[in-house]
Design a protein around this ligand. Structure first.
Ligand code: BG6
Length: 476
């Protein structure tokens, strides 16, 4: 592991910034989502309703605490911070001619603050933060005009921060929407709702195409602005294991893995994989994929793959579970429990070796650098009377995953740029909107109902991670 290895932490604007309408910011698709719970989906409301609670509006109010929070990140020793630029701070509606200067200034100040501590910003352009106006008035990424709006947003921030940011990613977990049974993903990834009578998969592939073109256009534009930019994609990688060595299980898993690889295949190789073309043909989809788009995809390939890894799943060839849209079985109709591993309180399978497996599969397939930009343990933490939080379960989870990551690098030769565990400070959960599903190494006094002092406290994992970084992963 070289000294350049980027140990850091990962966040997303909508989950921690708050200030949802401060400094001229407009509402995004997440600003109309209420809080849910494990097994209780978040509601997407038409407008912002006065009697409903929208946890992302205030989140942990980083917007007003950023200097103190960045000082804590520096004390922890972070070498990078992965976060996103809220699209609606820059273009509040999404289709304006000129950007919002107050929004641009907020990120100038934030990046300067980070850089003053030698913390490198690693930036996602779109982390579930599409302007609500683009979703409502244009139909989100169904509409090709949104490709141009995204490109303009990307160009604006590339130009503005070209000397402050080197590592970029286009769309966070772009592949979540492959799970069309859970409507939250098409909404948060692409600002899209499926209507009665529509084939959700066909809609998804059209939207995905437009988004892949938007991503490739951003890569092409970014490289012209600064050839040193490293621009990656970002996929959620939940490997799918076969339940047994029964060849039918092996093939069930192999085929299911296509849905995990589809987006990265296009992002990295610059063309559609043949299994996808066969699927479009079999299903009779008529997709608007133009010649000029194919040229853009071929030119705008990514430099690296950013990935999140939290869990693995299993498929069995001879079962058909009635899939309910829960995130836990990864959108698989024939998903079953893995008898060899345990799960978190939210049902997410805890599988450190799955990380090594994932890194190997991705690196074998693509041969470009990888960057683990999310990994972590969502759990209930207890703030003791002396303001300590003993989160040994999180330390154990992260230690085991880091060890597997090190094996992938040292033993298997996987090229890895860095590791940024998710939610370095407690944030609002994406899938449930809860605060009590905590990932951070810094505790934030705020509860599911939005009550609390917002004070920050260091958990045991804070000092543990400080040592990990200081020793470059030698002391875990
Ligand atoms: C990823 C997302 O899906 O996982 C993050 O990129 C999210 O935004 C993280 O917060 C953990 O998920 P959750 O639902 O536990 O917050």
């Amino acid at each position: 592991m070289t000294n350049e290895f980027l140990w850091g932490g990962a966040l997303a604007a909508h989950q921690f910034e708050g200030g949802w309408n401060a400094g001229g910011k407009g509402p995004s698709v997440i600003d109309v989502m209420t809080a849910g719970a494990h097994g209780v989906p978040r509601e997407i409301t038409e407008t912002i309703e006065a009697n409903k609670f929208y946890p992302n509006h205030e989140a942990i109010d980083f917007y007003h605490h950023y200097k103190k929070d960045v000082a804590l990140f520096a004390e922890m020793g972070l070498k990078c911070l992965r976060t996103s630029i809220a699209w609606t701070r820059i273009f509040p509606l999404g289709d304006e001619e000129t950007p919002n200067e107050a929004g641009l200034k907020f990120y100038d100040d934030l990046f300067d603050e980070l850089l003053s501590y030698n913390i490198e910003p690693v930036i996602t352009l779109s982390h579930f933060e599409m302007p609500l106006h683009l979703a409502r008035e244009y139909g989100g990424f169904r509409n090709r005009k949104v490709i141009d709006f995204f490109e303009k947003f990307a160009l604006t921030v590339f130009e503005r921060y070209k000397n402050k940011v080197k590592y970029w990613m286009t769309f966070n977990e772009i592949n979540n929407q492959m799970d069309v049974n859970n409507p939250i993903f098409l909404w948060t990834n692409s600002g899209v709702k499926v209507s009665e009578g529509e084939d959700a998969k066909e809609v998804m592939y059209q939207v995905a195409h437009n988004e892949l073109v938007a991503s490739a256009k951003a890569v092409i534009a970014g490289k012209k602005i600064n050839p040193d930019f490293q621009i990656g994609c970002m996929v959620s990688h939940v490997p799918i294991y076969p339940y047994s060595c029964n060849p039918a299980d092996i093939m069930a898993a192999e085929e299911a893995m296509h849905q995990r690889f589809f987006f990265a295949d296009v992002h990295v190789r610059g063309y559609y994989p043949r299994y996808a073309l066969k699927e479009f043909e079999r299903a009779g989809y008529s997709l608007d994929i133009r010649e000029e788009d194919l040229a853009v995809l071929a030119e705008g390939t990514v430099d690296y793959i950013g990935l999140s890894y939290y869990m693995s799943t299993v498929v069995k060839s001879d079962v058909e579970v009635n899939y309910s849209g829960d995130v836990v079985n990864g959108g698989l109709p024939n998903g079953v429990e893995n008898p060899y591993i345990q799960s978190s309180d939210w049902g997410w399978a805890i599988d450190p070796e799955g990380l090594r497996y994932t890194l190997n599969r991705l690196y074998d397939r693509y041969q470009i650098p990888l960057f683990i930009v999310e990994n972590g343990f969502g759990a209930i933490d207890v703030l003791e009377e002396n303001h300590q939080v003993h989160d040994q379960n999180r330390i154990d989870y992260l230690t085991k995953h880091i060890k597997e990551m090190q094996k992938a690098m040292d033993h298997d030769g996987v090229e890895l740029l860095g590791y940024t565990p998710w939610g370095i400070i407690d944030v609002v959960s994406f899938t449930t909107g809860e605060m009590k599903k905590r990932y951070g190494m810094i505790y934030v006094d705020r509860d599911n109902e939005g009550q609390g002092t917002m004070k920050r406290y260091k958990k045991d994992s804070f000092a543990w991670y400080q040592t990990v970084i200081k020793t470059n992963g030698q002391q875990l």
